[in-house]
Write a protein that binds this ligand. Structure first.
Ligand code: ATP
Ligand code: MG
Length: 327
């Protein structure tokens, strides 16, 4: 199966990581027996040229949409959507389809689909400056509706009254040009589940995410300055494993997730787990991103982490290949 790894200026903000990570993914594909090359597309014209070249069997994209924005994902609707173009041309690709990708990038839409399917999510509302906020209960949590890597998340994301809420909604609009998702504050432990493969062979592997207490300030939340700097730890989910597995499985089913996703959850004030978001293109930095770490927790080999990483990448690629009759 000849694979083309698609990335561009937004690859780190939107997708599995920077060019160094992309090279690790590429090598792991090759080691799993699949010739792979990287295509860095600077803009829409590059992207269309690449897909029309058809010198590959399957695409694996680090980008939801084509954009020059390196700093954050930006408004979901901006730029050409990779999965839309691939669907239109009937080109096989790794990962969820366009409808699911669009739903996952928009946390408010994710919540809508999940709650309609009976999957537990926090109480929530999508707010812009000036909107009626009388239904919000406090403390509440305010975040950009379509970002990742804890972009825009700090202790100020927790708001205790309407003036604080309004200030934070205005901040999200100003900094990230998008509405704010306002959620019930979930004070409990945080979990993330690696979801791998499809149908009856789908695996949902939950992990507990922790940071040493001394790094927290007022709240035990993953602020943006705690992300990507080696401070988060992931371990087995212990007695929460079954609950997290069931919740993750129900969420993946409701959204129609394919091949590889990662589902974040937290416990509410009564200790019940709720899905906070579903990541459509989870990070793949060897040894550092949560998916490879969780894979090693559950499927660690005698050969060590590098071999586990190759097996994880192989499992993702082969799950997609089977769907398209390519494997
Ligand atoms: N309702 C909430 N209550 C408490 N903490 C929350 C809530 N929502 C998010 N958080 C905290 O903010 C962090 C980032 O939120 P979230 O996972 O929704 O966004 P993200 O930036 O897209 O994450 P990722 O990098 O996993 O894609 C979470 O890891 C969690 O610690
Ligand atoms: Mg998250």
């Amino acid at each position: 199966m000849r694979i083309v790894l698609l990335t561009g200026p937004g690859g780190d903000a939107q997708g599995w990581g920077d060019m160094e990570v992309t090279e690790c993914v590429r090598r792991a594909c090759e080691d799993a027996g699949h010739p792979a090359r990287t295509a860095y597309v600077a803009g829409e014209a590059d992207f269309l040229r690449l897909v029309d070249s058809r010198d590959f069997d399957i695409v694996w994209s680090a980008l939801y949409h084509i954009t020059p924005n390196e700093a954050f994902i930006g408004r979901g609707a901006a730029g050409l959507w990779v999965a839309d173009v691939l669907d239109e041309r009937r080109i096989p690709y790794i990962g969820s389809d366009s409808r699911t990708m669009r739903a996952m990038i928009d946390k408010s839409r994710t919540h809508g689909i999940l709650s309609a399917a009976g999957v537990a999510v926090p109480a929530h509302a999508l707010l812009r400056s000036g909107d009626d906020a009388s239904a919000v209960s406090y403390p509440a949590f305010v975040k950009p509706v379509c970002e990742s890597r804890s972009v825009g998340i700090s202790d100020e994301s927790v708001v205790r009254d309407e003036p604080e809420l309004r200030r934070r909604v205005a901040f999200v609009e100003r900094e990230f040009d998008q509405p704010a998702l306002v959620e019930e504050f979930l004070p409990g432990d945080e979990y993330t589940a690696l979801v791998l493969g499809n149908g009856r062979t789908r695996e949902v592997l939950p992990g507990l995410v922790t940071v040493e207490d001394r790094h927290y300030r007022s709240y035990r939340i993953l602020r943006s300055d705690l992300r990507g700097v080696g401070l988060t730890r992931v371990s087995l989910a212990g007695e929460r494993t079954e609950e997290a597995r069931r919740l993750g499985d129900a969420a993946a089913e409701a959204l129609g997730c394919l091949d590889h996703t990662r589902i974040d959850m937290r416990a509410d004030k009564d200790g019940r787990l709720r899905v906070i978001e579903v990541n459509g293109i989870p990070g793949l930095k060897p040894g550092k991103s949560w998916s490879p770490q969780i894979y090693t927790l559950y499927h660690g080999s005698a050969e060590g982490e590098d071999e586990d990483y190759r097996r994880l990448i192989g499992a993702i690629v082969e799950a997609a290949g089977r769907r398209f009759g390519l494997a």
